[in-house]
Design a protein around this ligand. Structure first.
Ligand SMILES: Nc1ncnc2c1ncn2[C@@H]1O[C@H](COP(=O)(O)OP(=O)(O)OP(=O)(O)O)[C@@H](O)[C@H]1O
Length: 258
């Protein structure tokens, strides 16, 4: 197994609050990792640090074996680590199609001009393919503010995948999405990431989604990782049940929580 993302003794303090305490994590290529934890456990802090949005207080972050400490979010995206946010980061005054066209042009580092406009036939055709891949072609010409939350999330994730990242970090991909839409959304996202061969790490509050889609779970509590292992094992772990999931019924037998 090849390690794609590693953190060594990663710490983040906000004054007296320890939001990350000695996080030592190794994510291997191809893994689908779920990050769970109650509010304020440090999940977003972890994602913000590894994607360059937040400066760690101490520690080291390696992506493909190279330090990315101090690198800007843009440099980290270029190196192959993309992310989506809890609230989809789209251009609200633009249509779904135009949002994708902007992302395609950005991935090509294109500079628009009179002779080479952003809305080229090639980009429109590629954007239409992506709309189909993500099942949101019906919203092609809708303003992003006018489409349902689930479709908006899909457009946001599709945009994150446009630069062909090796790793994708998703902050609560199903938040604000109705129960009915969650499975369709996650099936679509997982199909896309499998096709692109992308390693995925996502923050999730819905344990049914975690059980269904991840190969590994990191359970955060108070800035620390209290369990790391297969979903059945982590969700059955007593400490996780006490501190994170609140004694939801466990459906599977545990195996190998470390
Ligand atoms: N910019 C900040 N300034 C001060 N404290 C912060 C800041 N960002 C996060 N914190 C604190 O750090 C801790 C971890 O917060 P974080 O947002 O990472 O938790 P989380 O697990 O993502 O929570 P949620 O599920 O609510 O999004 C919390 O105590 C939070 O109040």
């Amino acid at each position: 197994m090849t390690c794609i993302l590693e953190t060594r003794s990663l710490n983040k303090e906000f004054g007296a609050v320890i939001a990350a305490k000695d996080l030592n994590v190794q994510i291997n290529k191809g893994e689908v990792v779920g990050v769970i934890g109650s509010n304020g456990a440090g999940k977003t802090t972890f994602i913000n640090m590894v994607t360059g949005y937040l400066k760690p207080t101490r520690g080291e972050i390696l992506f493909n074996g190279r330090s990315i400490m101090g690198h800007s979010p843009r440099a980290i995206t270029r190196a192959g680590m993309a992310r989506s946010f809890q609230v989809a980061q789209l251009f609200p005054e633009m249509t779904v199609l135009d949002n994708l066209i902007v992302a395609l042009a950005a991935a090509e580092s294109a500079r628009p001009s009179f002779l080479s406009p952003l809305r080229s036939d090639a980009r429109i055709a590629r954007a239409e393919e992506i709309l189909k891949e993500f099942g949101v072609e019906n919203y092609r010409d809708s303003l992003v503010t006018a489409v349902p939350q689930g479709a908006r999330k899909l457009v946001d994730i599709a945009m994150a995948l446009i630069g062909n990242p090796q790793m994708l970090l998703l902050d609560e991909p199903t938040s604000g999405v109705s129960m009915d839409e969650k499975t369709d959304l996650m099936d679509t996202v997982m199909n896309a990431v499998r096709q692109h061969g992308v390693t995925v790490l996502f923050v999730e509050h819905d344990m049914d989604v975690v059980e269904r889609y991840v190969s590994r779970v990191l359970a955060f509590y108070s800035g620390e990782i209290i369990a790391d292992g297969g979903p059945a094992a982590v969700l059955a772990d007593q400490q996780v049940r006490d501190l994170v999931t609140g004694h939801r019924p466990s459906t599977k037998q545990g195996n190998g929580v470390s």
